[in-house]
Design a protein around this ligand. Structure first.
Ligand code: NAP
Length: 272
């Protein structure tokens, strides 16, 4: 089929994906900019076959989510520097059948945190050492933030801190760390364990900025306690929207209509 007649198809590969907010936000962006394209959730377990289908069907781009962010890497033609450093891919671009993997979680975190001003020289505590923490750590470091990794499992935390060339502090010693910004990049506080917080509320000093990567629920216990103690808070939906906006810009070359994407994601959350 001639390229210009091909339907512009995009999607998300994951398992499960039924509750993903990505179709709502990307379809809202296509619709707002009158781009004839459609973004579809694909619940897949066989990632190799799914990637072959992306090539065969001429799907222009896909988001990659849990549990495929690492397992997809050997099946792609190229992995860019950002995804290589993070060690995970959340975005695939299809250019004439050549698939390139990148990662926009870091840029999503930078843009979300920038709501609080410049990150340069700020002391940014990242709690966690998994995929989200790696992306956030490399992201904020790339714009001059001073990262401190805090994690429950010492070996894993030390390894990430070593890769970043930054300090590591065990989670049970977080009270002694001086921070301008604290980011939760663990799964603690996520539905259905929403009564939990990764750190004691006494660590939340008035005036600091607290961001949670968790977006279900939107107001996590950590963010509620941070608000009560006079901190500025940023919920995980902003990181999600900005990582999606960065994907949209890579795929289409158009500036993403962030407000519309945010509105569509919020509507989807309210419909649940
Ligand atoms: P992951 O790779 O599984 O890493 C999980 C991290 O959570 C590890 O550091 C783990 O510590 C820590 N953890 C788990 N249970 C804990 C507990 N009870 N106490 C202390 N630490 C605990 O997960 P991920 O992919 O990085 O995702 C982390 C979170 O970020 C998830 O909620 C995900 O939904 C969210 N996320 C959000 C966005 C967004 O756009 N908003 C993007 C990506 C991810 P150990 O090393 O000690 O096990």
């Amino acid at each position: 089929m001639p390229e210009k007649l091909r339907p512009q198809l995009y999607g998300i590969l994951g398992h499960p994906v039924a509750h993903s907010l990505s179709p709502a936000m990307h379809n809202a962006a296509f619709s707002h900019l009158r781009i004839e394209a459609c973004y579809v959730p694909f619940d897949v377990t066989d990632v190799k076959a799914a990637i072959q289908a992306v090539r065969t069907l001429g799907i222009r781009g896909v988001s990659i989510t849990v549990p495929h962010k690492i397992s997809i890497m050997p099946h792609l033609d190229h992995i860019d520097n950002t995804a290589q450093k993070i060690g995970a891919v959340n975005t695939v671009v299809n250019r004439d059948g050549e698939l390139t993997g990148t990662n926009t979680d870091g840029i999503g975190a930078i843009r979300a945190l920038s709501k609080a001003g410049s990150l340069k020289e700020k002391r940014i505590v990242v709690i966690g050492a998994g995929g989200a923490a790696r992306a956030i750590g490399f992201g904020v470091q790339s714009v001059g933030g001073k990262v401190i990794i805090v994690n429950r499992t010492i070996d894993r935390g030390r390894k990430l801190a070593e890769d970043l060339g930054c300090d590591f502090v065990p989670l049970n010693e977080i009270a002694g760390v001086d921070a301008n910004i604290i980011v939760n990049a663990t799964t603690v506080g996520m539905h259905p364990d929403s009564e939990k917080s990764p750190i004691p509320s006494e660590c939340l000093k008035p005036g600091i900025v607290v961001m949670d990567a968790v977006y279900s629920p939107l107001r996590t216990r950590l963010l509620k306690e941070a608000e009560a103690r006079g901190c500025m808070t940023i919920n995980g939906l902003y990181m999600l929207i900005y990582q999606g906006a960065a994907q949209f810009e890579i795929w289409t070359g158009e500036k993403a209509p962030v407000e519309f994407m945010l509105g569509a994601a919020k509507d989807k959350i309210e419909d649940r």
